[in-house]
Design a protein around this ligand. Structure first.
Ligand code: CA
Length: 228
């Protein structure tokens, strides 16, 4: 079993690494969120131990990126978050962001180890690659988008944009995040290109008598959701 530990506290990092290696785990380490994300992309881990308090991107942000960046979320690697915070709201947020379990510092290694074993015993969560909202569905494998009974034809970029919005359903995504995650390297330099694709998506998806799904949030970005 290969484990990635993302933790900036050198003593904690070394302690967990040593104890896991004693139990025959292969262990890689990163001391920043960015470094951890790089390793998570490059290698296939059976589990990621993720500290919350990290310099730069914090653990919650890293967790969210692992669950929303297509190349990472596809791997479905389990994540155990580690934090000094013991508040329920925080734990709920961690689970909401895609963590599989949560350990509060300070912890006994045996507790962490038991949680690691429990998470590793779960059958791997294979991404279904299917997203649904209202009567809209998007299927990654077949590249099909359906609203109600009607199949909707999207260009490659519109599809990538819609998939990214749906992965972040209910959350505002910035134009920067869209450029980073949903666009390939050949993005047009035209600054209005994201707006243009959003507009096209709306035209194709928000047909008469259908609920509005895509919202602009001035100064922040876009969100896909059903208004309640
Ligand atoms: Ca820390």
């Amino acid at each position: 079993m290969r484990i990635l530990i993302i933790e900036d506290d050198k003593d904690t990092l070394q302690y967990i690494k040593t104890r896991l290696e004693e139990r025959c785990f292969a262990v890689d380490t990163a001391e920043t969120g960015e470094g951890g994300l790089r390793l998570a992309k490059a290698n296939d881990y059976d589990l990621i131990l993720l500290d919350h308090g990290l310099p730069g991107k914090d653990g919650m942000e890293v967790c969210r990126e692992i669950r929303t960046q297509p190349e990472l979320s596809r791997k479905g690697t389990p994540i155990i978050m580690i934090s000094v915070t013991n508040e329920v709201d925080y734990k709920v947020a961690a689970l909401d962001h895609g963590a599989d379990d949560y350990v509060t510092k300070p912890f006994f290694f045996d507790e962490l180890y038991a949680r690691i074993q429990a998470v590793l015993r779960r059958p791997p969560v294979k991404e279904t690659g299917r997203f649904e909202l209202d009567d809209l569905s998007l299927d990654v494998a077949s590249q099909k988008v359906v609203r109600g009974e009607k199949s909707v034809y999207l260009t490659k970029k519109e599809f990538a944009l819609l998939e990214y919005l749906l992965r972040n359903k209910g959350h505002v995504v910035s134009r920067g995040a869209i450029t980073e995650h949903a666009w390939d390297m050949n993005i047009d330099s035209l600054s209005n290109t994201i707006e243009m694709h959003i507009l096209n998506l709306r035209k194709k998806l928000e047909l008469p008598k259908k609920k509005k799904l895509i919202y602009s949030v001035p100064g922040r970005g876009y969100k896909i959701d059903v208004e309640r």
